[in-house]
Design a binder for this molecule. Structure first.
Ligand code: AMP
Length: 433
């Protein structure tokens, strides 16, 4: 299947070619025909699957083909609501890239900055609006946004919006949209509240599911070190120094933890920057900018802040803390192995995190291969043995010479798992933003 076979307008095909996209990803192949028929869509998929283009391309196509530009030009005809500033900016960049030959204009609005520039952009007229919920509602209430001409609405990362407490804002926003519209609803997971919300929002819809294990386990090589809390900084420093050319994102469960990691790295002479909810928008954009242009090699992030980070050539994801919500693991390792590339994700697991690891393995339906013992793995972090049969790790992956980037060599091996009691649930960092 090619993009041409999907029947897309010439200017969009030209832009996709310029982006270097040759073939649609599975979610694009499945969603685009549904959306071009004008149907609603429930997409169960995470970032990293090509989700943005899966909704962006058919919206651009329909706007380009359908509108008499002279009449409705520069009126908001498509709205994308997404949880974080980073994700909003990135979606805006995607619309700009895929739509650059269509003459359609988009703008991005988000909180944490003054509203003046955003209001000016809205006043000068836009066809596609990408927004985070709080600022969107705020500007709607101030009368700066009209949805009279709205034809398409996308709710992106719905589960994350729920986690971040945006559900009421979302309901208020949906209530103000015209009833006759095409609705798209994307979520990585489908807990009960999200199912309910999707029912409220969608009309006659079709569902496309890209399973997390399809999106991650297939493409991302994974490994776990058993290491004590105290040795985690040393292990991280060692891994970074082993391959200084690597670009990596280090995930921390909390903002405070992220700052501490940056400090430890700094003491070891390694430059890094943290991005999380306590950092100003400017600081976050600056850190992300230097990371994307390669001048900064190590980014330390909390889960929410990292949503939507899309960096080409990301060598490695390090889970410095294992997340207590297994789906978060899938999101994290999805930062590497984007679209059709392969990637590597290494996790540090201390004694208290064993139960999280087991939950993750259950979700991804495969064991995370154990990394070889190491000078910084120790008794405290070492996985204890029991007499259950050993599970076979997946090994170094299906194809190609993927070992060249792997820290700690390629000596993956299996170990037994022991039933430890579940650690107390900690606050998910997603709530701490
Ligand atoms: P997303 O899931 O939308 O965040 O997309 C993940 C990454 O895949 C982004 O870097 C996109 O530019 C890239 N991408 C999306 N669709 C394709 C495609 N058909 N071919 C190659 N790369 C793609």
């Amino acid at each position: 299947m090619t993009f041409k076979e999907l029947g897309l307008a010439e200017p969009i095909l030209k832009a996709l070619e310029a982006e270097g996209y040759t073939h649609p990803t599975p979610i694009q192949e499945q969603s685009i025909p549904i959306l071009l028929k004008g149907k609603d869509l429930l997409g169960v998929a995470q970032t990293g699957t090509g989700k943005t283009a899966a909704f962006g391309i058919p919206i651009l196509h329909q706007l380009y083909e359908g509108i008499s530009l002279s009449q409705t030009k520069r009126k908001v005809k498509a709205l994308v609501v997404t949880p974080t500033r980073e994700l909003a900016i990135q979606i805006g960049e995607s619309f700009t890239a895929y739509g650059k030959y269509t003459g359609l204009r988009n703008t991005v609005i988000f909180g944490g900055v003054k509203q003046g520039k955003q209001v000016n952009a809205l006043r000068s007229g836009v066809d596609i609006l990408i927004a985070t919920p709080g600022r969107l509602l705020d500007l709607m209430n101030q009368g700066f946004i009209s949805f009279r001409d709205l034809e398409h609405v996308v709710l992106d990362e719905a589960d994350q919006m729920l986690d971040m407490g945006f559900i009421h804002d979302i309901k208020k926003i949906i209530a103000k949209l015209p009833a006759k519209r095409q609705s798209l609803f994307f979520s990585a997971t489908m807990p009960k509240d999200i199912v309910e919300l999707s029912r409220k929002m969608l009309g006659d819809f079709e569902r496309v599911t890209i399973k997390p294990e399809q999106a991650t386990a297939e493409k991302v090589e994974q490994g776990v070190y058993f290491v004590s809390k105290a040795n985690k900084p040393k292990l991280l420093i060692h891994l970074i120094n082993e391959k200084p050319e690597n670009t990596l994102i280090v995930f921390s469960r909390t903002k405070h933890g992220a700052n501490k990691i940056v400090k430890k790295l700094d003491q070891a002479g390694i430059r890094s920057a943290a991005i999380h909810g306590n950092k100003s928008q400017t600081a976050r954009q600056k850190a992300l900018g230097s990371f994307k242009d390669g001048s900064l090699k190590v980014l330390v992030a909390t889960d929410i802040a990292a949503r939507g980070i899309d960096v080409e050539d990301l060598s490695l994801v390090v889970n410095y803390d294992l997340p207590n919500v297994s789906e978060t693991y899938v999101h994290r390792i999805g930062r590497t192995g984007r679209a059709n590339a392969s990637g590597i994700a290494i996790s540090f697991c201390d004694k208290e995190e064993r139960a999280y690891l087991r939950d993750i393995e259950k979700l991804i339906k495969q064991p995370v291969p154990r990394m070889p013992e190491h000078q910084f793995t120790d008794e405290n972090g070492e996985e204890e043995k029991d007499d259950r049969p050993a599970r076979t790790p997946r090994g170094p992956g299906k194809s190609g010479n993927k070992n060249k980037n792997r820290p700690g060599g390629n000596n993956f091996r299996g170990k037994n798992n022991r039933n430890t009691s579940r650690p107390k649930k900690r606050n998910d960092s997603s709530r701490s933003e």
